[in-house]
Design a protein around this ligand. Sequence first.
Ligand SMILES: [Zn+2]
Ligand SMILES: [Zn+2]
Length: 394
Amino acid sequence: MSTKDYLEKDYYKVLGVSKTATADEIKKSYRKLARKYHPDANKGDAKAEERFKEISEAYNTLSDENRRKEYDDARSLFGSGGFRRPGPGGAGGGFGGFDLGDLFGGGAGTGTAGSGRLGDLLGGMFGGGGGTARGTQTRPRRGADVETETTLGFGDAIDGVTVSLRLTGEGACPVCHGTGAKSGTVPRVCPTCQGTGQTSQNLGSFAFSEPCKDCRGRGLVVDDPCPECAGSGRAMSSRTIQARIPAGVADGQRIKLKGKGAPGERGGPAGDLYVKIHVTPHPVFGRSGHNLTVTVPVTFPEAALGAEVKVPALRGAPVSVRIPAGTPNGRTFRVRGRGVRRSDGTNGDLLVTVAVQVPQKLTGPAREALYSFRDATAGEDPREELLRQAKQTG
Ligand SMILES: [Zn+2]
Ligand SMILES: [Zn+2]
């Protein structure tokens, strides 16, 4: 049992009793639940086994007067939000004059609550999106941002496409429809706050209103928890949405689809959906931002004498590219407007890189012609300059 368990787990809820329950009420409820979820009575049912463990853990703490007090103190202390997040490098364990180690003692198994761990702990409690801290339950809540990924074909990434995305997220439990109550039972109005979700405290002339601790501001309490969600009313579910991926997205890009994340609660807006894009490579074309790239083989005579060569384009007919005489291997030519469409409606370019080919097989006349070429260019040594430079600096 860790500090984190103490703060995250609502043992009262697990046992289905109120915070003010007597030792007898706790014992009674424990016996009832333990019988129901005992592994012997639920052979092979992992959920029941998990629930049985929770019940046992809760009872272990709440049945001991001292442990119960420690637990209550810890939760009211942290739940009140009176603690601030420690700064980086803050003293380990000590925190606002209060030592976690003292509170939980060696028996709680947290003798090493360092600042990193403390930071994690508080981050989990007070950080955004957790939503379990008291006080967040009654206000409209924005839905969570959701992250997913999808793989697009090369052309679809360029043209834009509508894809089906399967999103998995937390939603209402399908068994109890979010009530948290076992089927056939209904949650009852919280007796502590009479269903308002708020309790007020009079301090002289001031009255403080705070979310009800017994129902966590929900206004309802569940006596017989839904076995599917253990009374939380929440479950993982998946849904499929149609999402329009805009034209011109690139491999590795992360795009934001506003309002396509998890639905909001109590009238809050939906979260956003972030989609990481993967693009399958094309056998012919590559991408460089909004430019398309293609490598085109040319013969030595074409490169040496100049030529008009046909180059494939991604959409439509091949384009003609003029290769000037004396084009070296690896030179790149630009065909304007034949690349990827930008969001402003303009297009990137097609970048054509020539690869001069060396013939692998020569016919008799071709070989004769090359011998003639060699004889005609005798005396030109392409390595002359290289050798001279190497000698000078050597
Ligand atoms: Zn449920
Ligand atoms: Zn209440």
